[in-house]
Design a protein around this ligand. Structure first.
Ligand code: COA
Ligand code: MG
Length: 293
């Protein structure tokens, strides 16, 4: 999964566009992009959309962003959408592994009610939206086998911190948000799940998006969320593993396989040691998962 496109779930037109956008996942949003009076309508629209599209073979992954656990709205969100068997729930304002365990229990009950296999619905945590969340980024590991990705957000966090802005004059995130980003990356790595970069809100600025996505890839993120269909192709291009990277990874794996007692090998005049082997194996696993090479 390289790109995940947010779509306000109460917009039928955008839902249809999201499906055809080329995004690897569509996030049906029930949270911030839907006002309180439209939550009920958005839940109904999300369920209808899931019922129509989840059974199809060729489709993007379908993720639902529910409202946060402390809003009192999460149960009604799940009551509505689990019957449509989304691939995953995106949990906003997650505060560490405890939040994921909490959501896991809610999902388990509803999977039983709807006759779905236990664990069918995965969880992606939005791990940096509150100040408290930053201090528990290290608690996701082993929280639940449902956890499949961790991402981060700067908007709610800047509101909570009382910041005037979260980007500087050049459009780069300021230091508190780089901390949040970096913690989410470490959280994902520690939990052995996919690290997903946050949205780039300035959706007409394609070069800015590309630069931010490339920096994310450089640092270990393997996907990025989008808010506009025009962002999807760039994100997909940046996060598609190149043929050269796959070939290098295969060569590293083969060299270590050929000499199982070696701690270090040389390929084409370059040294590779065990951490390179781990990286190569992870890259190949990702390619196999996505079918994108
Ligand atoms: N998903 C699907 N379709 C979208 C879309 C999205 N996220 N964003 C825009 N579109 C559609 C528009 O409806 C429009 O369709 P049309 O040509 O048939 O009228 C087309 O793409 C072009 O959109 P554009 O005019 O460039 O933007 P806009 O002013 O209509 O929308 C936003 C701008 C920001 C309101 C819109 O991109 C959006 O709703 N984004 C998602 C917001 C969200 O979910 N936020 C929560 C997470 S941070
Ligand atoms: Mg938010």
């Amino acid at each position: 999964m390289r790109s995940l496109l947010f779509v306000p779930a109460d917009s039928e037109k955008k839902l249809a566009k999201g499906l055809d956008s080329g995004a690897d996942a569509v996030i049906l949003d029930l949270e911030d992009s839907v006002v309180a009076e439209r939550k009920a309508a958005a839940r109904e629209a999300a369920l209808a959309f899931l019922r129509q599209h989840a059974p199809r073979a060729q489709r993007p992954r379908l993720v639902v962003r529910v409202n946060a656990l402390d809003t009192g709205l999460t149960d009604a969100d799940l009551d509505a959408v689990v019957a449509g068997r989304p691939d995953a729930i995106l949990l906003p304002k997650a505060e560490g592994g405890a939040s994921v365990i909490h959501l896991d229990a809610k999902l388990t009950a509803r999977e039983a009610i709807h006759g779905l296999p236990e664990g069918a619905i995965k969880v992606i945590a939005l791990a940096t939206e509150t100040a408290t969340a930053l201090f528990v980024c290290g608690t996701y590991r082993d929280a639940s086998p449902r956890l499949s990705g961790i991402t981060w957000g700067a908007e709610d966090l800047s509101a909570e911190l009382g910041a005037e802005t979260n980007r500087d004059a050049r459009g780069q995130f300021t230091s508190p948000y780089m901390l949040a980003r970096n913690l989410s990356l470490a959280a994902a790595s520690s939990a052995r799940v996919q690290a997903i970069d946050t949205v780039y809100a300035d959706f007409r600025n394609i070069e800015g998006l590309r630069a931010e996505a490339e920096e994310a890839r450089r640092d270990g993120f393997t996907a990025k969320m989008a808010i506009h269909p025009a962002q999807v192709a760039i994100i997909n291009a940046v996060f598609t593993v190149t043929r050269e990277a796959v070939e290098t990874a295969r060569a590293v794996v083969a060299a270590f396989a050929a000499d199982p007692t070696a701690g270090v090998v040389a390929i084409g005049g370059v040294m590779y040691d065990r951490p390179h082997l781990t990286r190569a194996q992870r890259l190949l696993a990702r390619v196999n998962d996505a079918g994108t090479s």
